[in-house]
Design a protein around this ligand. Structure first.
Ligand code: ADP
Length: 590
């Protein structure tokens, strides 16, 4: 294989050398060049006639030459293939080379040199373009964070006032209908905004799950309630089927699991114009199976795989006005993050079946039974509590003022962090609702300062600070907690969430609108069959409140929730252990 240049004509060599490495040397173990081939386009540091019988130190810059000679000895000793990369300043600029050194069978070593300048440059260009892309991606994320904030703030105003207006009893039926449309359009906008944010978070690898305890029965009920109504409005049937007994409590990311199910059920209702949507839930060891089956449009076989990609819609999906094809992409990513799987079967014109399987560790801990409060909060028990609202937008302050003042809170306001600190020192609030992005001094800075002041004044009590922000980014939540906020609420928020947090942190008991003991409201209650009433009564007189709650959970899911008023009434009494009153209530139906 080795060709001595003396025996070859130049033209022959040219042909061969174009297919060969740039340089090929045969050297002895001392590194003396015995023979070589040079591709004519090779870049040589010295003229070719000077190569024979020289050592690498003599034909290359000393450090490079020594490195190669040293490697030659090592290759000879170990028999391994090794390589050395080096750069040479040549006439046409710096060139990069790779010398691969391998032991030959004799006491000789081969050195194969390739000019790798092009691939080095390509590598460098790739690295640079990666860096540019990274910078662009960061810019995109910053843009999304800002956009989210800018859009959420006015949306907060729209939704907040729609919620307040909805409660106004002087509205005519027509006006009420308009308000509800305003509210649902706002919520739709919020969903789209959230979807875009979610997919970009997933894209940037910044989506994180937040695991907490889920009250399973309540969780399922709130979802089935929503779709019961939606299906009814569309004139289709919605059924819920519990396929196996289900636990009270599981561990999981409640918000994200709800998002997954709402997306699947929402699609099923959206793409079904007649027939039904069936929702089935079952537990198989640690795996939970949630299935959504519809008798809707169905999906073409060859489109079944693409619907899970972002912005992809099947042919029929495109003809629907709402939706931009992000739901299933987000759903699939969330399911995967939860170590679960998603499946679909579908037949055009017959219907679709989507199901997910997700491991949700069962929790033994019975947390507070928290059926959504249906009644209106009128006020709270005990002394007057002071709330300081720090927000630069007057409309945000006004919303909170309108919600909290009628409940009996003493409200104070400030329009930025600096004024907020002064007001806090003047009024000693029990609770501060702190906006995060504000001019002059933002909410992070203000919280930090307030906590520092508390630390220097040992007599002062620690005020509860809840950050109220339009940002949907986990970092902002974490940062606000890190500077000393007790909690974080994302705007726009339902009033119930705000009230729940206030109750939790100020430890107050709400006073609800009186329905008049066994008055009008109780007359509307549908009681369960007498055996159930008797069983509940027996549990109550034995003080088995936990079992009562379990029974209530089951009861609330029976017969499409027709006992929910009955369940709510007892649940509320059970929450504060008013056993005598539960007995009194049950006795009416015995
Ligand atoms: P969107 O609903 O916003 O279009 P999705 O990602 O949720 O986006 O769904 C992607 C597409 O998958 C839909 O546009 C539709 O074509 C199809 N699809 C999803 N669910 C169903 C269903 N239950 N029945 C028929 N088609 C569906």
């Amino acid at each position: 294989m080795l060709i001595n240049k003396n025996y070859r004509k130049k033209s022959e060599l040219e042909t061969i050398f174009h297919t060969l490495p740039d340089l090929y040397f045969r050297v002895d173990i001392e590194g003396t060049i015995l023979d070589y081939q040079a591709n004519i386009i090779a870049d040589l540091y010295v003229p070719p006639e000077e190569l024979l019988n020289k050592r690498f130190q003599e034909i290359l810059p000393p450090e490079v030459g020594q490195k190669i000679s040293q490697t030659i000895r090592e290759v000879h000793k170990t028999g391994n293939l090794m390589s050395v990369e080096y750069a040479l300043p040549l006439e046409k600029g710096v060139q990069y080379f790779e010398a691969r050194i391998l032991s030959l069978l004799t006491d000789q070593v081969a050195v194969i040199v390739r000019n790798i300048t092009d691939s080095k440059q390509a590598e460098q260009a790739l690295k640079e373009s990666k860096e540019t892309a990274e910078i662009a991606n960061q810019a995109k994320n910053t843009f999304l964070a800002n956009m989210s904030h800018e859009l959420r703030t006015p949306l907060n105003g729209i939704l907040g006032y729609a919620q307040l207006l909805k409660q106004d009893r002087t509205l005519t039926a027509k006006q009420r209908e308009f308000v509800l449309i305003m509210e649902s359009s706002g919520e739709h906008l919020l969903t789209l905004l959230n979807d875009i944010l979610d997919i970009s978070k997933i894209d940037a690898g910044r989506m994180e799950l937040e695991i907490n305890e889920i009250n399973f029965a309540h969780f399922i009920k709130t979802i089935t309630d929503i779709f019961q109504i939606q299906a009814q409005q569309k004139g289709i049937l919605f059924t819920y089927e519990q396929e196996t007994p289900l636990p009270d409590m599981v561990h999981g990311d409640e918000k994200r699991l709800r998002q997954i199910l709402i997306n699947l059920l929402g699609n099923a209702v959206k793409f079904t114009t007649e027939g039904s949507v069936a929702f089935k839930v079952g537990q198989y060891q640690d795996m939970f199976r949630f299935e959504v089956q519809d008798t809707g449009t169905g999906i073409n076989k060859d489109e079944l795989q693409t619907i899970f990609a972002p912005f992809q819609q099947a042919t029929i999906g495109k003809s629907f006005i709402d939706g931009i094809g992000l739901g299933l992409a987000i759903t699939k990513n969330l399911v995967t993050m939860m170590d679960g799987t998603i499946h679909v079967t579908s037949e055009l014109g017959v219907g679709s079946q989507f199901w997910i399987e997700i491991p949700l560790p069962v929790s033994e801990n019975w947390a507070e039974f928290a059926l959504l409060e249906q009644t209106t909060v009128m006020g709270y028990e005990g002394s007057v509590r002071k709330v300081l609202i720090i927000d630069d937008k007057w409309e945000n302050r006004l919303i909170l003022d309108n919600i909290l003042t009628p409940l009996g809170f003493e409200l104070h306001e400030a329009f930025d962090g600096q004024e907020g600190i002064i007001k806090a020192q003047e009024t000693h609030p029990d609770l501060i609702l702190m906006d995060l992005v504000m001019p002059v001094m933002d909410g992070y800075e203000a919280t930090k300062k307030l906590r520092e002041l508390e630390d220097t004044d040992s007599a002062s009590n620690k005020v509860i600070i809840i950050a109220v922000s339009a940002s949907a980014f986990d970092e902002d939540r974490q940062q606000s907690l890190a500077v000393g906020c007790n909690d974080f609420i994302t705007k726009p928020y339902p009033v119930e969430i705000l009230l729940k947090k206030i109750q939790e942190y100020l430890q107050i008991s709400w006073i609800y609108e009186e329905s008049g003991e066994i008055g009008d409201a109780d007359n509307k209650i549908t009681p369960p069959p007498p055996e159930t009433i008797d069983m509940l009564f027996n549990l109550v007189i034995r003080g088995k409140i936990r079992d009562v709650r379990k029974q209530l959970t089951e009861l609330s899911l029976l017969d499409e929730g027709r006992y929910h008023l009955f369940v709510d009434k007892i649940a509320k009494l059970a929450k504060s252990y008013k056993l005598k009153e539960i007995r009194h209530f049950l006795n009416q139906y015995r």
